[in-house]
Ligand binder design. Structure first.
Ligand code: PGA
Length: 249
């Protein structure tokens, strides 16, 4: 059985002092040993949040990393910096980074390999635009994103990766994919992993759905056989996040 992973993606929200208040608010609400709970936070919030969640079940993630080890890359954050600050997980390839900051599939492949080499747990995002969905190329597009991202990654490494399927048209729009739409693509992602590696790897890898997941729709989405968790933006900044973590109650 794959353990569910519920990750908040705070995006560019919460100053360090606001972050501490949010951690305090959420503390009594996110206690569920059956689920991996992760807060992926802005780089400047990492150190205070790592300290604030000590002794709780919450793990901390970053929202990005750079694929070089160190040097003249002004403004970037390396895997070693994240690890030294106490980070365990790292998101890569979020559609906002692809869209606003021109990240390519090849960049995401380099980031994935670097994170794995260093021992960070990657959350690799993929997803189609509304136009691509209407053109009927959703699965082809996502298969391509996954194949490029995982190029040169071994089966053993792949087992520890989390994939987040996030249809771009559902992010921050309040327009959630139906559980059938989300399941269809998550299943196809698992088949792609089986094709690249083998069934054992596909059975072990965890696949999240993301895109306007909230306290109301999480139960049905998380009940799908190929959906092993959620990557949650807007609702991760509210007490609602606790309801998603405890989706079974
Ligand atoms: P949302 O964001 O939950 O606000 O739609 C999800 C994400 O971008 O990870």
């Amino acid at each position: 059985m794959r353990k569910k992973i519920i990750a908040g993606n705070w995006k560019m929200n919460e100053t360090p002092s606001e972050a501490l208040k949010l951690v305090e608010t959420l503390k009594p609400l996110v206690n569920n040993p059956d689920v991996d709970v992760v807060y992926c936070v802005p780089a400047i919030d990492i150190v205070p949040v790592v300290n604030a969640v000590k002794g709780t079940n919450v793990h901390v993630g970053a929202e990005n990393l750079y694929f070089e080890d160190k040097g003249a890359y002004t403004g970037e954050v390396s895997a070693d910096m994240l690890l030294d600050a106490g980070v365990e997980y790292v998101i890569m390839g979020h559609s906002e980074r692809r869209g606003y900051f021109h990240e390519t599939d090849a960049d995401i492949n380099k980031k994935l390999k670097k994170a794995l080499e260093k021992g960070l747990k990657p959350i690799v995002c993929c997803g189609e635009s509304l136009e691509q969905r209407e053109q009927g190329i959703t699965e082809d597009w996502i298969r391509m994103q996954i194949k490029i991202a995982f190029s040169g990654v071994t089966a053993d490494q792949a087992k520890g990766v989390v994939i987040a399927y996030e249809p771009i048209w559902a992010i921050g729009t309040g327009k959630t994919a139906t559980s059938a739409q989300a399941e269809e693509v998550c299943k196809s992602i698992r088949e792609t992993i089986a094709e690249i590696y083998d069934q054992a790897t596909a059975d072990e890898i965890r696949i999240q759905y993301g895109g306007s997941m909230n306290a109301g729709n999480c139960k049905e989405l998380l009940a799908q056989p190929d959906i092993d968790g959620g990557l949650i933006g807007g609702a991760s900044l509210k007490p609602d996040f606790g309801k998603i973590v405890n989706y079974k109650d």
